[in-house]
Write a protein that binds this ligand. Structure first.
Ligand code: HPA
Length: 281
């Protein structure tokens, strides 16, 4: 499913996609938010929305997962122009890793400098409960192909980018402060990437725990690496939709993930809305 013939072809496709989106919206948003499984309803709270189907954007892959709508919505939230992506591209869908992160580079070309990434994740830390919201402090991407593999795209960033501050420390503090102000409890932790689409085995979860992971999921990490490569600030929020494999005496299924995401939808929307409203750009 690799449909880019060369780095310059890829760059041209990114530019065409950014030009197309710009032609459809009046605003020049600087904040974008990628909405994970079941977290899409946040996009409905944007005012004066302009909706663009992914399938209309040149070069954009189509999303294939239930709970991921495949729409980009530009609108106002708390007086700020925001781009929300309802649906993302997962490696397990069969895309080449450069396609999985295509949208991040398009966002950068559009002038986005702050990215909020959200996802549904399995809780590995046994002090977590389904329904918890977790600020991502760091990630483990050993089990993912790098989205920066291949010729470096110098227009975006350096060959060997630093990943020490993948998740912006000031934004983490700011999000904690906002959450406290509105009485929403937050966990913090390390997110480990798993390729999926199968859930992990109990042994894999024990191994990830030993490695230092607090939560596991099938997205986000390639996007964050790409966003950091091109200099965007990142805030990551996981919704712990289930305890990871082997922790509880029950099987994992996508319906549970969607149900828990629905249950915390209100808190999640409130938290993100307050964060964006009070965000100094
Ligand atoms: N594992 C991987 N991805 C997930 C999980 C999980 O337990 N829950 C939601 N996304």
């Amino acid at each position: 499913m690799h449909n880019f013939t060369s780095a310059s072809d890829y760059m041209e496709k990114c530019k065409s996609a950014a030009d197309y989106i710009r032609s459809r919206i009046d605003a020049t948003p600087r904040i974008a938010i990628i909405l994970g499984s079941g977290l899409g309803p946040l996009a409905d709270s944007l005012e004066q929305p302009v909706e663009i189907d992914y399938r209309d954007i040149p070069g954009f892959p189509e999303t294939t997962v239930t709970g991921h709508a495949g729409k980009l919505i530009c609108g106002m939230l708390g007086g700020k122009s925001v781009l929300a992506m309802k649906g993302r591209f997962h490696y397990y869908e069969g895309y080449d890793i450069s396609q999985v992160v295509f949208h991040v580079r398009v966002l950068r070309l559009m002038g986005i400098d702050s990215l909020i990434v959200t996802n549904a994740a399995g809780g590995i830390n046994t002090s977590f409960r389904p329904g918890d919201l977790m600020l991502i402090t760091d990630h483990i991407s050993f089990f993912a192909p790098s989205p920066l593999r291949g010729r470096n795209l110098d227009e975006f960033g350096p060959r060997f980018p630093d990943m020490c501050d993948a998740y912006d420390k000031d934004l983490i503090k700011f999000a904690e402060h906002i959450a406290e102000g509105i009485g929403i409890g937050l966990k913090k932790g390390v997110y480990a990437f798993a390729q999926g689409p199968m859930y992990e085995t109990p042994a894999e979860i024990r191994a990830l725990r030993v490695l230092g992971a607090d939560a596991v999921g099938m997205s986000t990490v390639p996007e964050v690496i790409t966003a950091r490569h091109c200099g965007m600030k990142v805030l990551g929020i996981s919704c712990i939709t289930n305890m990871a494999a082997g922790i509880l005496e029950q099987k994992l299924d996508h319906a549970e993930v969607m149900e828990t995401a629905k249950r915390v939808e209100k808190d999640f929307i409130r938290l993100v809305s307050e964060i964006i409203t009070n965000w100094e750009t």
